[in-house]
Design a protein around this ligand. Sequence first.
Ligand code: ZN
Length: 467
Amino acid sequence: MKLKALQAAFIGLFLTGSLVVSASELRVGAAAVNITPPVGIGMAGYYFERGAQGTNDDLFSKAIVIEHNGARAALVGLDLISTTRAMIEAVRREIEQTTPLRGDHVMISATHAHTGPVLARRGTRESSQGGDTDLSQRYSTELPKRIAESVRLAMSRLQPARASVAVGRAEHLSFNRRFFMTDGTVGWNPGKLNPKIAKPAGPIDPEVGVVLFEAPREKLAAEPLATYVNFAMHPDTVGGEYFSADYPGALSRILAGYKGAGMMTLFANGTCGNINHIDVHWAGPQKGPQEAHRIGTVLAAAVFQAYKQLQQPLKAGSLRARSEIVKLPLPEIKPEDIEKARATVKRYSMKDNSGFMEKVQAYKVLDVAAREGKPQEVEVQVIALGDDLAWVSLPGEIFVELGLAIKKASPFRYTMIAELANGSIGYIPNQEAYPQGNYEVVSARCAAGSGEMLVEAALRLMRELKR
Ligand SMILES: [Zn+2]
């Protein structure tokens, strides 16, 4: 009897072993939670006040949880202007309380949608755009729970899956928005058909990174679970006072139209600090929901082309994550700059766009002054799956030159870069851009050389994980 029981147990074990997925297999789950705020809340994106009047299309927190051999990591994409460090810390705490995931194995990025809410406690500028109102404070307090809920749901949906990667291209969709002008200056968004434009002051990144997660189904075609899309371009195409996820929202709807409503698209913006959608050589209007639809469609076409290259599933291999806190130097400000900044903030109304560049300078100075000399402390994170694929997070609006440098030197075959991730300190130009000046440099809350320090940190982490 004893032997029989043992045999039965053994057979049971054997059957279990063959029926359920062995621990070495890849498992993936995906989920989206609606994070559209209440109407009336202040909206982020510009240097003047807007109050949300309604919803064009909903904003989401989208999560993909990946598990391999017991190791877990998650990728989260938010239809928001940015992430704040306080938000990230609250989300990670909540995730650790509600799932077995480690908070520092979660990469949380914002798409940079300009038709979402202001985030409370982000900086002096948001405070003057409604970030201090009850509505905004309540939303920002509730938000980490909703983001963590998307991760918890994705975790609960873990199932055997395979991942495949391809890199598509969108060549004529994004543009460097800084230009060498005929008068020798560097212009920023100089306007359509401006005759003083000589040539772009920098490159773009036309790559469209695509990671498709699918669940194999016996005798049936695999079921698509999620597509991760990585492309570098400001989502500031809709404007106005209605919530919208901008072109990443349009992209999600179009891909779902092909792969099915059950497939979630998680869009992570690449290094687009100086990249937007404005084609200065084209007179056509480029603002409104219809522009988001046009761009979403062109980008979706690049993803559809990339899907055709997804022949071989990725060799999964081990899943690992690593982060580093980097201390970035502050830009120099003098005591008289602070006085001038206070006066500027008083002088110009936030009801309109008057005094734009002076406001940009003033809010930078006030935020830098608030650091009281302490360097910016930011996180760089890398999540690697197997030998070929790495996701890199960067903490701000990063100039494209820096992202291109990371991709070029990356020891991984495929490198996805998510900006505005795990917190943000705003614009981070490359060294070369600082003496050229203009908007992003005036706005930058870190000194020249900071971007290059992030590149070094990302490469260091990738090399460590590659070993
Ligand atoms: Zn921006």
